[in-house]
Ligand binder design. Sequence first.
Ligand code: ATP
Ligand code: MN
Length: 467
Amino acid sequence: MKDIRRSRVKQLLCGEITPEQQTVDVKGWVRTRRGNKNVQFVALNDGSSIKNIQIVFPLDTFSEEALKPITTGASIHVQGALVPSQGKGQSVEILAEELEVYGAADPAEYPLQKKGHTLEFLREKAHLRPRTNTFGAVLRIRHALAFAIHKFFNDKGFYYFHTPLITASDCEGAGAMFQVTTLPVKDAPRTEDGEIDYSRDFFGKMAALTVSGQLEGELGATALGNIYTFGPTFRAENSNTPRHLCEFWMIEPEMAFYDIRDNMDLAEEFIKYCINYALENCADDIAFLSEMYDKELVDRLRHVAGEEFVRLSYTEGIEILEKSGRKFEFPVKWGIDLASEHERYLVETHFRKPVILTDYPKEIKAFYMKLNPDGRTVRAMDVLFPKIGEIIGGSEREESYDKLIQAIEERHIPMKDMWWYLDTRRFGTVPHSGFGLGFERLVLFVTGMQNIRDVIPFPRFPGNCEF
Ligand code: ATP
Ligand code: MN
């Protein structure tokens, strides 16, 4: 092997390196191999692009024996001349001169030997599925969206604020929590009443994985002005749906001096920015997924990024649903928590564009949302998307200490755990707002995939913690 610097496949294909018979160096995994007695063609992928580079092995230079380990899944290192391709489908190819095999992949054993596996099959091979075209595309888009999110907020002067993953406050009511403990499962110490004695646990109290970083985020916003969190959250909810995970990533901006309108404006601008960023930076991957799974994907993304979202109160939304004449599985009446079928009726059938629904009944929303003058609704805002349903949930926060205490008491939330949160309302309280975007729901929308388990490398859902 010559001492030359490795190129990524993407660089070779985008014309960054011109094919003037110069020697290039590539490393990657074999996707396919075909050919005849004189020449063998290998499609090599190194993860940098959905596209493969074609490598040509002339059989007068390479023996059958030397090429034997080159089967689907094997990892190889090739040097050769970058030349204009004579075949269709690619502009350049590599005429191999040197070959090094890093690792073979026995065709009798390698699980991804054939193309066209179902997504269900690939979920059972989550340790290898990033090597498929589909998951390569999804994971590159996922990366681009994460980068876009940081860029959007950084450019706007928001600070990335890190909230804890282990918490001792179970007051958000966002879902069941996963407990964190070092107490022995069998012989946990007990109090005199026979209860587990958490004062002897690691933190001296009961602790769990966070369901949301919002409450701590508010502490950041009431000091730094505008912050956002972007981290994993955990919900032990037994919801076996295509839109729920037990471990998912959430982005939670929180802004001092924003009212609900500012909040809606930000949410709309933010989500459109992310979609446009993906359209501009992930065109090849989106085109691939569109071709494979969802022909309307690009149109849908452009449509949503270009339309003004409908803004509507919950009460108006309920009226539309009641007048629709549609028979829903869950009957509609003022006060119900909207189900996915209701959200999707509004978005996909009635308005045919995203909807921001506001002013929900206080009974179905969290304690920290600002009470409206009517005394029965709160300044919540949910962004509802086609195919997804709720993608963002947010609100203007209750900044009045007294009203907040009342909301906590109405819901019987233990106060002693909340003292630090209440201090934001006792000292220099301000109007403020924020929202939470489920990252995987955004990735789901942008990739056009059907199941949230297919847009995160290692999904966590009830009964599944293998990889
Ligand atoms: P849903 O009603 O869909 O279960 P939620 O109202 O419980 O969601 P929030 O507590 O408002 O969700 O969380 C904010 C956002 O996080 C949601 O709008 C959604 O995008 C996302 N989200 C919530 N739960 C999950 C989950 N289990 N898996 C993936 N994303 C989720
Ligand atoms: Mn919600």
